[in-house]
Design a protein around this ligand. Structure first.
Ligand SMILES: NC(=O)c1ccc[n+]([C@@H]2O[C@H](COP(=O)([O-])OP(=O)(O)OC[C@H]3O[C@@H](n4cnc5c(N)ncnc54)[C@H](OP(=O)(O)O)[C@@H]3O)[C@@H](O)[C@H]2O)c1
Length: 253
């Protein structure tokens, strides 16, 4: 199946590592140009090197999405360099798991407010695209309680889902789709579940056993779902929340 991604222009947050990196890699292999951001400049350089991209299909920007000015500047410069945008993918997260004031502020700034600022900055360009989509990377924590103490991670991802639906209703007539893809637990080297596996192998095994497929998802598997939902091939997916968790959450909804 042709995803229709050839020559599409992508803005993606958090492309230096993990799910964002694998999504960038996949989109480039499908013929996209991808402008991504992260905070750590060295990790951006490493990612660009790993992407081994000789044709300038990957563009790395340093930006902290907790900061409004840096967020809007990233989107503006990305649109300028790409000469437009077709796919906006907001993948980075503030990852609060403590529930303190700083964590609440960080998660809402990165997961929610950066999403709003990116959309506001990119919307006029998206309106001119014939393949426009906005895709948020959420979490199953936006719907289910996983035993953590109250913190900002799930609530900020839940707010993102309401916002994505509002965008879909508002901009559908302009041909812009908006969706959320929510991974369950995902293992990749150096990721948060890799760390848990090393620090607490019993807990990791217990999580694996609860997933019907008997293992955690991979970043590459999540990347493929994000790419499909965001691509022209996913045209009839709009205003949706898509669980990408291998059945980890045992519920019908
Ligand atoms: N991994 C999982 O099991 C899992 C499960 C459910 C949902 N998710 C969701 O999937 C998405 C990606 O998760 P991941 O595990 O791949 O994360 P990750 O490995 O920690 O990578 C996060 C990426 O975002 C960047 N980033 C983080 N904070 C940023 C900020 N303030 N400004 C700009 N860039 C920032 C990071 O680079 P810098 O650190 O250099 O900024 C990195 O490129 C997140 O939205 C997460 O909630 C992941």
């Amino acid at each position: 199946m042709d995803l229709g991604l050839k020559n599409k222009k992508v803005i993606l947050t958090g492309g230096s590592k993990g799910i964002g990196f694998y999504t960038t890699k996949l989109l480039i292999s499908e013929g996209c140009r991808v402008a991504f951001c992260a905070r750590n400049g060295q990790n951006i350089k490493n990612a660009l090197q790993l992407l081994g991209d000789d044709n300038g299909a990957a563009l790395g920007f340093t930006a902290n999405l907790e900061n409004e000015t840096e967020t809007r500047r990233f989107a503006e410069e990305a649109i300028e360099q790409l000469e437009g945008v077709d796919l906006l993918i907001h993948n980075a997260s503030g990852f609060d798991h403590q529930g303190d004031e700083e964590g609440w502020m960080r998660s809402f700034q990165v997961d929610m407010m950066a999403g709003v600022r990116l959309v506001e900055t990119a919307i006029e360009s998206l309106k001119t695209s014939s393949a426009a989509s906005i895709t948020f990377v959420g979490s199953m924590a936006s719907k289910f309680h996983f035993g953590n103490r109250p913190n900002a991670y799930g609530p900020s991802k839940a707010a993102m889902r309401v916002y994505a639906n509002d965008l879909a209703q508002q901009y559908g007539k302009k041909g812009i789709r908006s969706n959320v893809v929510s991974p369950g637990a995902v293992w990749f080297e150096g990721g948060s579940w890799d760390q848990r596996k090393k620090e607490n192998p019993k807990f990791y095994s217990a999580v694996e056993r609860k997933i019907p497929l008997g293992r955690l998802g991979s970043a590459d598997e999540i990347a493929r779902i994000i790419a499909f939902v965001a691509s022209p091939a996913g045209i009839w997916i709009n205003a949706e929340h898509i669980a990408a968790d291998g059945g980890q959450v045992a519920a019908v909804y």
